[in-house]
Design a protein. Sequence first.
Length: 381
Amino acid sequence: LLYNYDLPLIKQQVSKEALAKRQDSFWKFRELLPLKASNQISLGEPYTPILEASFEYNGEVYDVSVKDDGRLPTGTFKSRGMAVAVSKLKELGVKRVAVPSAGNAAAALAAYGAKARMDVYAFMPRDVPEVILKECIRLGAQVYLVDGLISVAGKFVKQLAGDYGWFDVSTNKQPYRFEGYKAIAFELAEQYEWKLPDHILFPTGGGEGVIGIWKGIRELMQLGWIQKAPRITIVQSSGCAPFVEAFVRGRSEIKTSWKKAETIAAGLRVPFPFASYLVLKAVRETGGTAVAVEEKEIVSSMKAFLREGIYAGPEAASTLAAFRELVKNKVLDKKEKTLLYITGTALKHFDSFRVDKSQVHVLNEDTRALRLDREKSERTC
Ligand SMILES: Cc1ncc(COP(=O)(O)O)c(C=O)c1O
């Protein structure tokens, strides 16, 4: 299910100029959201910044733009979908919500659900990053860990939602979360003065973000507010890449579950995404492609981002690895304006880096004791 709007009518009601005068937040696109403005549940969602960054690869320097959704209230782009979904569900009178999640969607639902005074039930794989587990618990969600991946978590929600009166907020199984992600396209369009970049690289697990952006781009085109759509390229880990496999084989949907899904990027570990045909359609329609990157490339990209001062979590860091891959294979032209989408902050993931504390200087109060030992002051992780 996807929402349809009376776009010709909305075009009469609101203009780009009127939007420019409103406070920068995705809520400013209220005419294009499915709820009354007075029912918005907000935790203070800003426009997230677009940063310029340069990366060296094979002796060449590449300039890219980076949009950092790590700055959203729950540290990931999942804030967008859950802010809109929870607001709409509250408007509809829903009091209990349940979600299967790799982690960040549950955290976002827990945060907005807390603000909306809803009961939140979160089902996650038992090896969900510990920081996210703690986050969900402290936000007041009722947490269940399952032996298995998000698909197993999904079975619990599907089978029990009716018995317990939960509204099932699963990825791609309701129309509300897309509406939050579609505002990514609106926000980007305004930030780029209504000319979107040529190419967006987006980390993809269930594909909800991609469907949302694509929907937003289509609405912008129909409103006549942008003339050209960007190519949307999905990025996955080679440890779980069902979309990439389906795309490369020319399939219109994913037919079987990915075996032994494993990746450090928990949000990309979705072995059998629901409504996969929509994601593949979005990618093909925009002329984008699908790339799988190696785990070690994800880790090295996270480090490369941090050396630029950019806090990209593992899912987000995969876009830089994909960028390198596309440049290597000449799929991406250096002159194209490329945007790497940072879907989540590195702050939730620092504990996945090992640091040898014995290599770090410990100083007592005697300042004379400090001798700069070059070896020791080299990077320790
Ligand atoms: C940080 C992050 N990036 C990307 C994704 C993938 O998002 P989607 O399921 O919409 O493809 C997730 C999913 O949990 C995530 O947490």
